[in-house]
Design a protein around this ligand. Structure first.
Ligand code: ASN
Length: 325
């Protein structure tokens, strides 16, 4: 089959399934096949590396504060009352990961729902959805390099797998000849040098200049990412892909009570929402770990050349637009 021309860079707001033409339905099915093989490959890879596969949760008293995070733009936090308790929909399963990894599951992954009611103008970025899935994982006693190498192996293995198993789909989508398994190790940039080069808009500028996936480290973020308080350096990492942007974020974690507690105070994070985490830390039962979360729809968008991250969702969740399903 002839290779289609590559997708244009224009963002197209995805329509619901019932409004798609035959040609659009075919494209949806092709993206769906790549998505299925992506999930098959990655879940197999984690299971074969000895990870436990945990099931996701929707409501909890503790969830990710998503604050302070320069990339966050949450319009509304979804809280409700059940059995007399205030619970929140999952913003990310980071707190669950830290507790699970420190106790019963030293190597774990979860296909986790993330409900983030982004500001409606983010619908037009093509890169945000108000519900999405992370392939979130955590490894006890691991460091940043361990996680980066694991992710690099997974990305290279995945692209190699997809180019064989979904060749027809990638040819039709115009991506078979343009997506290549990248060379390892991926290049690592410090966020400070990117800010110096591009200014505050580095996150939007970087994807225009890179040819393959690259890491960015040292990004000021939430209390749970490890920060060297003497140098001010953050031991965390995002993975950026060409044209699109960030598809993964992760870090080595904080585990010591005094540090977590003082970072929460510094950031104005409400400690009463993190009782269990703080109790484990105070008792010395929170363990050092590192991990990350892969944005599944973003990963598939990059691989398939999607026109909006919602295009790879069967039921698009575009900020500002609420469909029936
Ligand atoms: N999943 C991310 C991590 O592992 C956290 C997040 O999504 N905010 O660091």
């Amino acid at each position: 089959m002839a290779e289609a021309t590559e997708a244009t860079d224009a963002v197209v707001i995805p329509k619901p399934l019932g409004d798609l033409s035959e040609a659009e339905l075919l494209r949806k099915r092709q993206i769906g096949k790549v998505s299925t093989e992506t999930l098959r490959y990655l879940t197999d890879a984690f299971v074969s590396e000895g990870f436990d596969w945990l099931l996701p949760v929707v409501f909890s008293k503790s969830t990710d504060p998503l604050w302070p995070d320069p990339g966050a733009s949450i319009e509304k936090r979804v809280e409700t009352e059940i059995y007399g308790e205030t619970v929140r929909t999952t913003l990310s399963m980071i707190i669950h990961k830290l507790v699970a990894c420190s106790t019963a599951y030293p190597r774990l992954f979860i296909l986790s729902p993330n409900v983030r009611i982004e500001k409606r103008e983010r619908g037009a970025t093509g890169w945000h959805a108000y519900e999405f899935t992370q392939l979130d994982f955590e490894i006890r006693d691991a460091g940043s390099n361990d996680v980066r190498r694991l992710v690099e192996d997974a990305v290279v293995g995945l692209i190699t797998h997809l180019k064989k198993r979904t060749k027809g789909e990638l040819v039709s989508l115009g991506r078979h000849s343009t997506i290549e398994a990248p060379a390892r190790p991926f290049r690592l940039y410090d966020r400070q040098s990117l800010s110096a080069e591009y200014g505050e808009g580095w996150e939007a500028s970087l994807p225009r200049d890179i040819r393959g996936p690259v890491w960015v480290t040292n990004i000021p973020r939430e209390f749970y990412d490890f920060e060297d308080l003497s140098s001010g350096a953050w031991d965390n990492y995002d993975l950026f892909v060409p044209k699109y942007g960030e598809i993964l974020s992760g870090a080595r974690r904080e585990w010591e009570f005094d540090k977590i507690s003082s970072k929460m105070e510094r950031d104005g994070v409400r400690k009463e929402n993190y009782t269990l985490l703080l109790k484990l830390a105070r008792e010395g039962r929170l363990k050092p770990s590192a991990g990350a979360g892969i944005g599944v729809e973003r990963l598939v968008s990059w691989i398939t050349g999607a026109k909006h991250v919602g295009e790879v969702q069967p039921f698009p969740k575009v900020p500002g637009t609420v469909y029936d399903l």
